[in-house]
Design a protein around this ligand. Structure first.
Ligand code: KG4
Ligand code: ZN
Length: 357
């Protein structure tokens, strides 16, 4: 018998996403974004995001069902991001998910947003190998993880950022460079015409003091980029934007990929998975390819549409949890805006039964 169709709902930030997954296969998905409403503020405004989710949620679910050629009654389980993220935004998604699960009489699963980013890759490249090293690079997080069975095992953090996340650094540097929000794609585009060796930006924690081998730090790099821009402006010079963007992007890509490959080598792991919004960056992708190929590590990076926030990735985790026999969440489950990434299922009762069960 095939497993149930899992509806995944994502609303932790400015994207409202719905996806339908069964047996590791993506059946349909839809996305709405309030990004344009935040652009003039230079960052996501929590109340604006929450209100946009209220309007977008049910239409997005309906569009995903249409794409999959399914009806609501075909849904066999609902998975929803319960953290981390913006509290109000998360609550809208969770309220919608609870309503649907209750009305349909199907189980509900609370999912960690970052586990969703990890699982996204399995939708296109098949089940994740056990073990694999995962580099998560998003707007809010930068971590190197050792992942075994995503639905059953705890996730081991090899290193995390000590300050800013890589995406946050892209967004802040883009702002001081006068580029539009979101900054990552803007820097990526601007960098195409630039020389990555033009400005010698620092490689923070490149060698890593003991205890920080796989940790990251981006605030120093952000300050260096801001100082570089200020120096030009103070001297009345126009900013050589393409060179600045290319050099900054090179510094970020260099530290991320160097540490990720070292983590694989050190832990004897032969697959690196790079996920999250910054995995959409063209230089992060090409440098990761180059460095993995050089040492014989298989690299997996999901396609762009699955790198940034979406509902399919949450459905993918839900599908893994269902198939692993995980306990559903109680209906009183609540959001956890600053949830640490320890397991794919967020609610304590959602931890999968022991492997031996
Ligand atoms: O994973 P994501 O969609 O949302 C979070 O969970 O944070 O990541 C968003 C981040 C933003 O900081 C955005 O600037 C960055 O991903 N990003 C990029 C690119 N596309 C998105 N950063 C660098 N290059 C890109 N092409
Ligand atoms: Zn994300």
């Amino acid at each position: 018998m095939s497993s149930p169709v899992v509806l995944g709902i994502e609303s932790s930030c400015d994207e409202t996403g719905a996806g339908l997954v069964r047996d590791g296969r993506l059946l349909g998905s839809a996305l709405a974004s309030s990004m344009d409403e935040h652009a003039r503020f230079g960052g996501v405004v929590p109340e604006v995001a929450a209100r946009a989710h209220v309007h977008a949620l049910m239409p997005v679910v309906r569009r995903a069902l249409d794409e999959a050629d399914l009806r609501a009654r075909d849904i066999g389980a609902v998975a929803v991001t319960t953290g981390p993220g913006l509290s109000g935004a998360l609550q809208v998604g969770l309220a919608g998910a609870k309503g649907l699960a209750y009305a349909l009489g199907v189980p509900l699963y609370g999912v960690h947003h970052l586990a969703g980013h990890v699982a996204a890759d399995a939708l296109v490249h098949g089940p994740l190998p056990d073990p694999c090293v995962v580099l998560i690079v998003s707007g809010g997080h930068t971590s190197l993880l050792l992942v075994r069975d995503l639905a059953r095992d705890p996730i081991v953090h090899l290193g995390d950022t000590l300050d800013d996340a890589a995406g946050e650094c892209f967004d802040k540097v883009a702002r001081v460079f006068g580029l539009p929000y979101p900054g990552g794609p803007a820097i990526d585009r601007t960098a195409r015409e630039g020389d990555p060796r033009a400005v010698p930006f620092p490689r923070p924690l490149a060698t890593g003091p003991s205890g920080h081998r796989f940790a990251f730090s981006f605030s120093g790099l952000k300050t260096a980029a801001a100082r570089w821009a200020e120096r030009h402006r103070a001297a009345g010079l126009t900013l050589p934007l393409a060179d600045g963007a290319a050099s900054f992007q090179e510094a970020v890509a260099d530290v991320l990929t160097r540490k990720a490959v070292a983590a694989c080598t050190e832990h004897g792991v032969s697959t690196l998975v790079v996920v999250g919004g910054v995995a959409a960056n063209s230089r992060v992708r090409s440098l990761a390819e180059e460095r993995c190929a050089a040492v014989g590590i298989a690299l997996r990076v999901p396609p762009l549409r699955l790198c940034t926030d979406n509902g399919a990735m949450i459905a993918a985790v839900g599908d893994l949890l269902v198939r692993a026999g995980a306990e559903p969440a109680p209906l009183e489950v609540s959001v956890d805006p600053s949830a640490p990434l320890e397991r794919a299922a967020l609610h304590p009762a959602g931890a999968a039964r022991a492997r031996t069960a």
